[in-house]
Design a protein around this ligand. Structure first.
Ligand SMILES: [Zn+2]
Ligand SMILES: [Zn+2]
Length: 404
């Protein structure tokens, strides 16, 4: 098992309801209230599924959303919304991630070893890890917490990465969702979508591995990426359902609503909480946790639902995504253009580090996915065992393929 920490984000109270732009069904009138400069008219109300810009909290956008020409992953031309957002919404209160001492309570961790499950990071959990051979705290009860880099030899650390308020992220979502021939699986740290608070949503965090660190999530299921920006690893507006199921008494500080729209997947289909608009729990979800059913808008369209176990996100995407749908100005971390002082891998001028394209070709995966997996595993000093597990490939094959 590998030790990749993911922290839970805690979305802080964004007052989702009060701040939300009125969702008058997809009319251009609504868009004007958002000061959004849309170049292309939205489809008329119909059974077409598409991200509804009016559902987003406009406070998150660095620039008004635009509609651009884009290319979907099957090569077809399409139109996409481009959202550019800050590293963190202005009024979101995040953390805590790592407890300072055994007597403090931190965020969440999805432990995948013996006695696997979702835990709050507290004395009981850290003592469990120590009983399994890890070393996350000292004799005086202080927890090993790091803000960057690695842990001292022979110990393990809880990661509490620094935010970078200069960083922005840009995401592309198809204006009109298009079903793919087959679903796209979402592996570890795969890109899932964007929440209506503008925060990116990623799939399950990498697991903790021996000698590795724990990138703690906060109680809402988010944490800071090595690039300095915050992201979700769970459906934050319905995570208390998950906490309850895991017998965790703490709760997320964001308003919870199991019927609410949480965001949109990168294929453009909506992601709701674990319940339908009428409060019922859907019983006919497909392998991706979605189905065609009537939404609160009265539309009979495909949409995803959160589950009640962590990670409670869609496990695959049924629709086509835009190519190159996530980028950031950060010099390191997911979506960065490889390298820079903050980048774990260094090298590479405007592109991935040298050798990555070749290695990815050898492995039969995209260079972007390979880079993301290495970054997630700790960058230059990544344990290849972790990267191999993330990519579900043989470690020796990976080792042979990797650039120096
Ligand atoms: Zn993460
Ligand atoms: Zn539904």
């Amino acid at each position: 098992m590998s030790n990749k920490p993911h922290s839970y984000c805690r979305i802080h109270p964004l007052k989702l309801d009060s701040m939300k732009v009125p969702t008058m069904t997809k009319s251009l009138l609504n868009l004007s209230t958002l000061s959004v400069s849309l170049i292309v008219a939205l489809p008329a109300v119909s059974a077409l599924a598409h991200p509804d810009v009016t559902e987003f909290l406009d406070v998150v956008f660095v620039a008004a959303p635009e509609v651009l020409d884009c290319t979907l992953t099957d090569g077809t031309a399409a139109e996409c919304y481009q959202f550019t957002v800050n590293y963190l919404p202005d009024d979101l209160k995040i953390g805590p991630f790592c407890p300072a001492t055994l007597d403090d309570a931190g965020g969440l961790w999805d432990w995948t070893g013996d006695q696997a499950g979702l835990y709050q990071i507290d004395r009981e959990f850290l003592e469990l890890l120590n009983s399994l051979g890890y070393s996350f705290y000292n004799e005086d009860g202080t927890v090993n917490v790091i803000t960057s880099g690695g842990a001292p030899d022979g110990t393990n650390s809880c990661m509490n990465l620094d935010a970078d308020d200069t960083v922005t992220m840009t995401m592309l979502l198809p204006v009109t969702a298009v079903m793919a021939d087959a679903p796209t699986e979402l592996g570890t740290v795969a890109k899932v979508g964007v929440a209506t608070d503008g925060i990116p949503i990623f799939a399950d965090a990498p697991s903790i591995q021996e000698r590795s660190n724990m990138p703690a999530l906060d109680l809402c299921g988010g944490h800071i990426d090595p690039g300095g920006w915050y992201h979700w690893h769970a459906t934050a507006t319905d995570i208390d359902t998950v906490l309850d199921a895991a017998d965790i008494s703490a709760s997320c500080n964001l308003p919870q609503d199991a019927t609410a729209l949480f965001g949109y997947a990168f294929d453009g289909f909506a992601i709701y909480g674990s319940q339908e608009a009428d409060g019922s729990v859907p019983s006919d979800l497909d392998e991706c946790q979605g189905h065609v059913a009537e939404t609160a808008d009265g539309l009979n369209i495909y949409h995803y639902h959160a589950g009640d176990t962590f990670p409670n996100l869609p496990t695959c995407l049924v629709g086509l995504q835009a190519s190159d749908n996530f980028s950031t100005t950060a010099s390191g971390g997911i979506g960065s253009q490889g390298g820079g002082p903050g980048g774990a891998l260094g090298g590479g001028q405007g592109g991935l580090p040298p050798g990555f394209d070749e290695a990815a070709t050898t492995l039969g995966i995209s260079a972007e996915d390979l880079f993301a997996a290495v970054e997630a595993a700790g960058g230059r000093d990544a344990y290849l065992a972790d990267v191999a597990q993330t990519l579900e490939i043989d470690e020796d094959v990976l080792r042979d393929a990797m650039p120096e």
